[in-house]
Design a protein around this ligand. Structure first.
Ligand SMILES: [Zn+2]
Length: 214
């Protein structure tokens, strides 16, 4: 049976990378709600117009509107077999709405949590530095530049540390994620549809574990 694979992982857990690999290697499309919302800004459909008005007013889209967006996107003809949802559902309410969609589409839901310990997430996120010239991403813990604080190819250019990547802000993001996601994980666990993969270590090993599950 075709599946809706719900990929769940904290910021920095690497679920985007894994979803891309599934898409490249198995042709399973990655439907990211972040991408859909970006596309909505320039689309001309009635739903896109509605979303544009909500965004212009500075509000967040309700669960109902978000559901309609996901339904519209996943009903397009380029979605044939299974697909991966990245960034949706975020809450237990949204998870219930997704059940309706799964029934309509005749797909079964498989939730997969990419599990990375808090300490490692903190290092991945707070250690990130980028070159303002070429965009190369470094990490002071796991992928440091040859000379401290500057890009290997642009030694004249100090690496930049995004304001969002300070320990304080990262901690808030991770706490928000936990608050939102704990009920969601519980929801899938109770219905026996939650699987966990270890999100630490080599990207290929993580992919291999994910590939076996879906
Ligand atoms: Zn550079």
């Amino acid at each position: 049976m075709n599946k809706i694979i719900v990929l769940i992982g904290a910021p920095g857990a690497g679920k985007g990378t894994q979803a891309r690999l599934l898409q490249e290697r198995r042709g399973i499309p990655q439907i990211s709600t972040g991408d859909i919302f970006r596309d909505m800004r320039t689309l001309d459909t009635p739903l896109a117009k509605e979303v544009q008005a909500i965004m212009a007013s500075g509000k967040l889209c309700s669960d109902d509107v978000t559901f309609r967006i996901v339904r519209e996107r996943t009903s397009k003809s380029d979605i044939d077999g299974s697909y991966v949802l990245d960034g949706y559902p975020r809450t237990a309410v949204q998870a219930e709405q997704l059940e309706t969609l799964a029934k309509e589409q005749g797909r079964e839901i498989q939730a997969v949590e990419v599990d990375v310990p808090r300490d490692e997430l903190l290092m991945r996120l707070t250690g990130r530095r980028s070159c303002t010239v070429c965009g190369e991403i470094y990490n002071i813990y796991s992928k440091p530049p040859t000379s401290e604080g500057v890009c290997d190819r642009h030694p004249e250019s100090p690496l930049s540390h995004r304001a969002d990547d300070t320990e304080e802000k990262v901690t808030v993001r991770l706490e928000t994620y936990d608050e939102q996601t704990t009920p969601l994980l519980g929801y899938y666990e109770r219905s026996g549809r939650l699987k966990k993969i270890d999100g630490t270590g080599d990207i290929e090993n993580i992919y291999s574990a994910l590939n076996d599950l879906v």
